[in-house]
Structures are given as structure tokens and as C-alpha cells.
Design a binder for this molecule. Structure first.
Ligand code: 5GP
Length: 178
């Protein structure tokens, strides 16, 4: 895997430290609110697993799956829910856990979709953010790292379902997907 990586942006140790900080911030802000962590599959699974173990208070969790990218590296603009919530979010404080915020199309669609189910609040927590790429007006409330406009893999993020198990976050060599 490592030979397909152009450059490592963040090591496993650096990401662990940042997730510790995010977990502490969320515990401070939601520790008395019994929030529901809502992971957006599949990319969130590594971040979600790390983050919820740093949340030091009662909470529940659920997952949704949306398709937006297919197997390529650029968005089609269309969002489809392929796995819906399995719990009622009415009156709950929902914390959406996302791997990466790119154009923002996925999260703005999801936020509107969830708002219709009358939660007490919706908060966005993303591990990575590519602000340069934004096409719709949406921001993360909590963000691990802002990154440059490049296609990254590892820490749960894939290219064509590969590299999700790569422990660091790296920029994929262009020759791999060209
Ligand atoms: P958005 O709707 O914000 O454009 O896209 C969000 C989704 O696109 C992410 O959840 C992720 O699945 C995918 N995505 C965006 N940028 C990257 C990237 O650099 N690498 C990978 N592997 N996926 C990305």
C-alpha cells in the first residue's frame, strides 16, 4: 500500500492525539446531553471507533450509509441513502461523524434529511476538511484537520474500496487512479 502513497499528511500518532482533543471537547460540550453519534459509512468507521472511546459520558450510536462517489475520485453530485437510521432521533442531540468534508453536498443533504425528524440539535464532527473544495454553504462544528485539495486515503478512507486499513493519512499517487 505504502508504495502507492505520494506523501503522508498525518501519522497514526498525530491523529490519535487530535482525536483525544476532539473527544475531550465533545465530552465538555455534550457530556450531560446523552448525544447520539451518527456515523456516515463507510469512511467514518475508524474515526468513529476512536472518537467514541474518547467520549467520557453516556451516549448512543447509529450509522447511516450514503453513496455519493461511486468508485472514482470526484463527486457525481447525487446523494442516495443506502442505509437509514435504526433509531428515533426525535428530541436527541445528534452528532454526525464524517470522515471528510469535501464539496459539502453529502452533509448538507443529510442535515436537511435529519432536520425533518425533529432532533434537539445537529452537530457536525469531521476528521478532515477540504475547505477549498466547498460547493455548498456548510461548515463543521468540530474538525480534526484542514487539508489541501488532494485525494487522500487511509484511516478509513478508500480508493475503490482499498487503503481503508492504511493506518496513516496519505495523498494517493495520481498514477494509481489516472
Ligand atoms: P462531499 O459530499 O463533501 O463532496 O463528499 C464527502 C464524501 O466524499 C466523503 O465522505 C468521502 O467518502 C468522499 N471523499 C471526499 N474527498 C475524499 C478524499 O480525498 N478521499 C477519499 N477517499 N474520499 C473522499
Amino acid at each position: 500500500m505504502r508504495e502507492d502513497i505520494e506523501r503522508i499528511l498525518f501519522t497514526e500518532a498525530e491523529m490519535k492525539q487530535r482525536v483525544d482533543e476532539l473527544g475531550a471537547e465533545l465530552t465538555r460540550d455534550f457530556g450531560d446531553k446523552n448525544p447520539m453519534f451518527l456515523g456516515v459509512l463507510k469512511g467514518c468507521f475508524v474515526f468513529m471507533a476512536d472518537l467514541i472511546r474518547r467520549f467520557d459520558a453516556p451516549c448512543t450510536m447509529d450509522f447511516m450509509a450514503v453513496s455519493s462517489y461511486g468508485s472514482g475520485t470526484s463527486s457525481t453530485g447525487a446523494v442516495k441513502i443506502t442505509k437509514d437510521l435504526s433509531q428515533d432521533i426525535h428530541g436527541r442531540h445528534v452528532i454526525i461523524v464524517e470522515d471528510i468534508l469535501d464539496t459539502g453536498i453529502t452533509l448538507s443533504y443529510l442535515k436537511k434529511y435529519l432536520q425533518n425528524r425533529a432532533p434537539a440539535s445537529i452537530t457536525i464532527c469531521t476528521m478532515f476538511d477540504k475547505p477549498e473544495r466547498r460547493e455548498v454553504n456548510i461548515q463543521a462544528d468540530y474538525c480534526g484537520f484542514s487539508i489541501p485539495n488532494a485525494f487522500v486515503v487511509g484511516y478509513g478512507l478508500d480508493y475503490d474500496e482499498k487503503y481503508r486499513n492504511f493506518p496513516d493519512l496519505g495523498i494517493l499517487k495520481e498514477e494509481v487512479y489516472r
